[in-house]
Design a binder for this molecule. Structure first.
Ligand code: GLC
Ligand code: CA
Length: 563
């Protein structure tokens, strides 16, 4: 493994829509991010990933792009984007954009052409198929594959009497990567942004570019009238790796950039190497989702009342599986949440009495794991899930699709509980800057309701408090990037300690003669953890304690004596 600049970064993900609004329209914008660059620099991160700000009808908040070369008016102008890149660079912060390669908006001129007739030259830039007929002679989709956003992954288009494929919403037709012209158009677009000065990309939904082009039905068992969530039909398929190698040769090989692919659809750790191995022509790292739902919130669908319990053994062994499986083969990104997940303090921490210490503990774990950590905006102050009282307050397209079908199997109360625990809107509420109306995010009406706790949980309060979550995140980024622990925290090996412990997540990081030990209590109760404490000094913690009894959500970062 060759050391690279992007291994020595801490990333910070920004959801522009909800970060900072400067013109009072209730939607965050690029000038808002520029305004906050000093704050971001003070946090100690040196890389930002900005979610899509391309021109878009915003069916899926910008992941439905209608022009890759234009900044959507809601967010600002191309000049704002250039200014943002420049000002970030002036502060030593690299900038990566979200590259959306799997689909466009149905309002993208390519799709408008494609849909216009069967012999249009762009017809084959998307995936069109004839429908089938059921026993009663009704036309049905070409096959039984499900979409990620409920229902079929096909949408009928009256104009040419065919179906187009769309694994997300109806307004997001999938591109046909089998078509070399389309592939070249995507390569050109990517180069255009790199030439403009961006430092790389988070590559959206990359696992899905190649589909099973036989389009045969899934043999998965599903109830009649239901679609099969057989993600392998369009995820992590062999053909995809040819596209990636080509993209690498055409684009990535010519720039000193970093790429982080998002690989869903059940990617296994062995596959990470195919995407991003040190010897692979592909990306530099890939995000997987395996550690994200270890309190069972997703499957539970609001059926269990009260607080869910984190399965700590499952959480740590899942992380371990990826970390050890990647060792010497592929560099990993680490994260607790992104814009598609609940807030981590609500999920694995506590939002009552232990809010502050549990958010700090989670930050400390994130920043001491191997790989490149990504903090999601608001995580650094312990922002929480929404407190909405009605399903109507949610805005996400996934929620709009989920609710009607969920009503057939769970109660209204369960739906609301589920959305408050699992919906993507939890991460998309306005950033909580201060205790003024709407948390200082906007002077207008925010596009999504602000969480009520902004009066206490906000940046301004925490900037003045050296014991705050924010102050802890600053200490942790310093430890990782600017202290003599840098080497061991970035490049050290990782081994779990007392793997079977049901409540404590503990591990060693070591390199040459240096060794750091992290011990974190994931429970809201006191927990015992026997360890050879005498051999270590404490370098960072959220309590003053040195015994083997760990207080609720206590963590300690220890370093071997005599290094
Ligand atoms: C990714 C994005 C998500 C989006 C989807 C479709 O999973 O993170 O927000 O809805 O891709 O582009
Ligand atoms: Ca705005």
């Amino acid at each position: 493994m060759k050391k690279q600049w992007w291994m020595e970064t801490v990333g910070y993900q920004i959801y522009p829509r909800s970060y900072k609004d400067t013109n009072g329209d209730g939607i965050g914008d690029l000038p808002g991010i520029i305004e906050k660059l000093d704050y971001i620099a003070q946090l100690g991160v040196n890389l930002i990933w900005i979610c899509p700000f391309y021109k878009s009808p915003m069916d899926d908040n910008g992941y439905d792009v209608s022009d890759f070369y234009t900044v959507d008016g809601l967010f600002g102008t191309l000049d704002d984007a250039k200014e943002l890149i420049k000002q970030a660079h002036d502060r030593g912060i690299r900038v990566i954009l979200d590259l959306v390669m799997n689909q466009t908006s149905d309002e993208h001129p390519w799709f408008v052409e494609s849909r216009s007739s069967k012999d249009n030259p762009k017809r084959d830039w998307y995936i069109w198929q004839d429908g089938k007929y059921d026993k009663t002679g009704n036309m049905i989709p070409p096959n039984n594959w499900a979409s990620f956003f409920e229902g079929s992954c096909w949408n009928y288009d009256e104009h040419t009497n065919q179906y187009y494929m769309k694994i997300f919403s109806n307004k997001m037709p999938d591109l046909n990567w089998e078509n070399p012209k389309l592939r070249m158009a995507m390569a050109e677009m990517s180069k255009w942004w790199l030439d403009l000065g961006v430092d790389g990309f988070r590559v959206d939904a990359i696992a899905h570019l190649a589909k099973d082009t036989t389009f045969k039905d899934s043999t998965m068992n599903v109830k009649p009238g239901h679609y099969a969530p057989d993600w392998r039909k369009f995820s992590n398929r062999d053909r995809l790796f040819d596209y990636l190698a080509e993209f690498h040769d055409e684009v990535l090989a010519h720039y000193d950039c970093v790429t982080v692919g998002e690989v869903g659809g059940g990617a296994q750790v062995e596959e990470a190497e195919r995407y991003a191995g040190y010897r692979t022509k592909g990306f530099n790292m890939v995000f997987n989702f395996d550690h994200c739902w270890k309190n069972g919130a997703f499957e539970d669908e609001g059926r269990t009342k009260g607080k869910l319990t984190t399965d700590v053994i499952d959480l740590k062994t899942t992380l371990e599986r990826w970390i050890l499986g990647s060792e010497s083969k592929v560099w990993m990104p680490q994260y607790w949440l992104n814009h598609d997940h609940p807030r981590v303090v609500s999920q694995y921490g506590d939002i009552g009495e232990y809010h502050r210490v549990s958010a700090q503990m989670l930050g400390a774990v994130l920043l001491t794991l191997p790989g490149t950590p990504f903090i999601y905006n608001g995580e650094e102050i312990g922002m929480t899930n929404v407190d909405y009282e009605s399903v109507d307050e949610f805005r996400d397209v996934w929620v709009r699709n989920f609710v009607p079908s969920a009503r057939k199997r769970i109660s209204e109360e369960q739906i609301l509980t589920h959305l408050r625990r699992a919906s993507r809107d939890n991460a998309r509420t306005p950033m909580q800057w201060d205790d003024s109306e709407n948390a200082g995010f906007t002077t207008g009406i925010p596009h999504l309701k602000t969480v009520g706790n902004y009066k206490t949980i906000n940046v301004k309060n925490q900037q003045m408090d050296e014991n705050s979550v924010l102050s802890m995140y600053k200490r942790l980024t310093q430890l990782r990037l600017n202290s003599d622990l840098k080497d061991v925290l970035i490049y050290g090996k990782f081994r779990l300690i007392q793997k079977e412990h049901p409540d404590i997540f503990a591990y060693r990081r070591y390199v040459d003669t240096d060794e750091v030990v992290m011990i974190a209590n994931f429970r809201d109760t006191k927990v015992m953890f026997d360890f050879e404490y005498k051999k270590y000094d404490c370098v960072c913690s959220n309590f003053e304690n040195s015994g083997s009894d760990f207080l609720p959500y206590e963590f300690r970062i220890l370093r071997a004596k005599g290094v």
